[in-house]
Design a protein around this ligand. Structure first.
Ligand SMILES: [Zn+2]
Length: 209
């Protein structure tokens, strides 16, 4: 099982099978069917800078490419393996870049995807969570009033709130922002990493301090 009844990954897919509870380590990999393998390759991996500072979250597939290229090394592993043509590879949970990478203060591109991520798919006016397809981006100060497309002036917004707001400021429309929109900083990223990391005990020591 890779997904529980609520559609979330269970700890089991993260390889957290107690030793001895399911045969010798590694034997589970033989049970990987293609669906399971695909979902495993998309599991999140925490990326640390050379200084152990958490900087990103990537997928197992990408993390393994970075390891094979010698760009990163595994710091924490799952108890699960994936097989390529000739080799079995243990699946990383946390990797660390071997060379220090300078991360600019505002490293995230301003994009619809990143704004929805920052706002956690929550309409910033009615504070309800929507699938991405049911959200749009709202200019807090409307473009017609000189509002710009910046991190501070764009928020996730459901179509209903967007319609009722129209070409007005939140105050004029009687709407209140859930919170002040801010750039997607490393601080924001780290909060998201913590949310994701609640699934994986191996991330804790790098994120919770
Ligand atoms: Zn709304």
């Amino acid at each position: 099982m890779s997904v529980d009844s609520r559609g979330r990954y269970t700890p089991e897919v993260a390889g957290e099978v107690l030793p001895g509870s399911e045969g010798p380590a590694g034997s589970r990999s033989h049970n990987l069917n293609s669906t399971r393998r695909t979902s495993l390759m998309q599991e999140p991996v925490l990326v640390l800078n050379a200084t152990y500072e958490p900087i990103n979250v990537t997928a197992v597939r990408r993390a393994m490419v970075l390891m094979l290229k010698g760009v990163a090394q595994a710091e924490e592993m799952h108890n699960t393996e994936v097989h390529s043509a000739a080799h079995a590879h243990r699946v990383p949970s946390v990797i660390r870049l071997l060379a220090y990478r300078h991360i600019p203060q505002q490293s995230r591109a301003l994009s619809r995807k990143n704004i929805l991520l920052r706002d956690r798919n929550t309409c910033q006016f009615c504070v309800r969570v929507f699938p991405s397809s049911e959200l749009t981006l709202d200019h807090v100060v409307p473009r017609s009033r000189g509002g710009r497309s910046t991190w501070e002036n764009l928020v996730a917004c459901c179509y209903r709130c967007n319609n009722s707001k129209g070409d007005r400021t939140p105050e004029e429309a009687g709407l209140k922002l859930a919170r002040r929109p801010r750039p997607f900083t490393l601080h924001t990223s780290r909060q998201l990493m913590r949310l994701i990391g609640h699934r994986d005990e191996r991330w804790r020591k790098y994120l919770f301090y």
